[in-house]
Design a protein around this ligand. Structure first.
Ligand SMILES: Cc1cc2nc3c(=O)[nH]c(=O)nc-3n(C[C@H](O)[C@H](O)[C@H](O)COP(=O)(O)O)c2cc1C
Length: 162
């Protein structure tokens, strides 16, 4: 492999969407539904050499997916067509030098509906109201990093937004 060719072929896609699972199952059943998504995601992403992080809350999902461009786009096409979420909004698709979630086929950051504010509610409500989006890819990456960090990533792994 040519020197530098690996890093220049890495891409990161970030999107958010509305969680519609929560509309059709009771809150107690939500974690099992999310686990099912994560289990398939980790298996498929490992096969595609993809890494990333999925933030789930009762109101929505936000996800970073990183790896080769073809694999990222192919996987996102499948994700976007999944009926378990709606109003899928891609925020960014950019080439990156380094992975932000190295070694994580899909880190899961689960926001339980238990007191602390839902980090996605505002964004989802704005999108539903047709308001312009103020959140950038870098903002969302920070949110995902902060949510995943205590659980599955060491500080040494941190790579900030480009
Ligand atoms: C919020 C959300 C995130 C998902 N993330 C991934 C993912 O990272 N990788 C993946 O392969 N599938 C992911 N999926 C599942 C896909 O939508 C799809 O069900 C799965 O890849 C199997 O596709 P297939 O039935 O066409 O083989 C996600 C689904 C949802 C609802």
């Amino acid at each position: 492999m040519r020197k530098g060719s690996l890093s220049s072929s890495l891409y990161r896609l970030i999107y958010y969407s509305r969680n519609v699972i929560a509309d059709r199952v009771p809150p107690a059943a939500l974690p099992a539904e999310i686990e099912a998504i994560v289990e398939v995601s980790r298996r498929r992403n490992t096969a595609e050499q993809l890494t990333g992080c999925l933030l789930c809350s009762v109101s929505g999902f936000a996800q970073a997916l990183e790896g080769g461009r073809d694999a990222v786009e192919r996987t996102f096409d499948r994700i976007a067509a999944d009926p378990r979420h709606a109003d899928v909004m891609m925020i960014s698709l950019i080439p990156v030098e380094k992975l932000s979630f190295p070694g994580c086929a899909m880190a899961l950051a689960w926001h339980a509906d238990s007191g602390s504010p839902d980090p996605l509610r505002h964004l989802i409500a704005e999108a539903a109201a047709g308001l312009p989006r103020a959140t950038t890819g870098a903002d969302m990456l920070r949110l995902l990093r902060a949510a995943a960090d205590p659980l599955q990533l060491s500080k040494n792994d941190f790579v900030g937004p480009p």
